[in-house]
Design a protein around this ligand. Structure first.
Ligand code: BJW
Ligand code: ZN
Length: 254
């Protein structure tokens, strides 16, 4: 695959690169993106209506069943060629890469990347919804989806255990957001990969970079809310684009 000249040129010159990833990064690992049509038990449900504190308060067993099944799918999934190329680039290239992800899976880490910030938390980092203490009781593995499943109970206070992710209306982890902002401000290039760019404050990061004159490269098969501020756009899947970019960079420096 040919790498567009403008993308290659920007990548070749950059020394500090911040990479913001979204659900499209894991699509080629077989994980549905957040705004893809849901399938099976959740076919008629809007995921945004499940990812809220209100949905949890109203029916924790319904919300826990969804997350428990997604944990199973994320555990079964393997990092794809895009995750692996980012990890290799980070280790092998002249540039330093800071990976900032909105994804709640662990596929960047399993490919070998150090993730600077999980802006929306991790699905595997469970905590008590009442006292906030970390919890490790995930309950029985789920081998098929179910409509309802009682969440585990906190050993400290008897509250319900919830996934350690950020729902709509909840604050992002302050330390993760601060690290992501600092990396965005110090970057000389920002990649935005596989995100629709509609969820804030994450989508504000590349916009902030753009306003400071930092070039932004978007890798996404579709146009997004961030396309207008991108210096260069590359309309291909991440799992094809990133290995091709890494190969081209290596050829360039050989
Ligand atoms: C491919 C591909 C391939 C496909 N290769 N690409 C204005 C400013 C600030 C905030 C707001 C605002 N207006 C509204 C808000 C509030 C709200 C918000 O942003 N709402 C918008 C919908 C308008 N934000 C919040 O509530 C945040 N909190 C907050 O603002 O707190 C304030 C506060 C401060 C102090 C105290 C209290 C509160 C929290 C946001 C939390 C988001 N959480 C979720 C769920 C996480 C858990 C879970 O997974 O269930 O995070 S929502 C969901 O969206 C998930 C994702 O991380 C996030 C972003 O989605 P993403 O990754 O972009 O996925 P998709 O599906 O949208 O797009 C996939 C893309 O991939 C597509 O473009 C495809 O084309 C592409 N693609 N295949 C490359 N192979
Ligand atoms: Zn508790």
């Amino acid at each position: 695959m040919n790498v567009p000249d403008d993308v290659l040129d920007l990548a070749r010159r950059a020394r500090e690169i911040t990479v913001l990833t979204g659900a499209g990064m894991s699509a080629e690992s077989g994980l549905a993106t957040f705004r893809d049509a849901q399938t099976g038990l959740w076919a008629n449900q809007d995921p945004a209506s499940l990812a809220t504190p209100e949905a949890w308060e109203a029916d924790p067993a319904r919300v826990w069943a969804w997350y428990r099944w997604r944990m199973t799918l994320m555990t079964r999934a393997q990092p794809n060629a895009g995750h692996r190329a980012l990890a290799e680039w980070s280790e092998a290239g002249d540039a330093h890469l800071w990976v900032v992800t909105q994804n709640v899976d662990d596929l960047h880490e399993r490919a070998g990347s150090d993730v600077l910030a999980h802006l929306h938390g991790s699905i595997f980092a469970l905590r008590c919804s009442r006292c906030g203490q970390d919890a490790d009781a995930v309950g029985e593995p789920l081998t098929e989806p179910v409509e309802r499943l009682d969440p585990p109970v906190c050993v400290h206070c008897g509250g319900l255990v919830r996934p350690g992710i950020v729902w709509f209306g909840e604050a992002l982890p302050q330390d993760a957001l601060e690290r992501a902002e600092a990396a965005t401000l110090s970057a000389d290039l920002v990649f935005v990969i596989g995100t629709s760019g509609i969820v804030y404050p994450a989508a504000g990061l590349p916009i902030m970079a753009h306003h400071r004159g930092v070039p932004v490269v978007e890798i996404n098969p579709e146009e997004t809310d961030l396309s207008d501020i991108a210096t260069a756009t590359w309309r291909v899947p991440a799992g094809e684009a990133l290995p091709a970019l890494l190969t081209a960079l290596r050829e360039n420096t050989a």
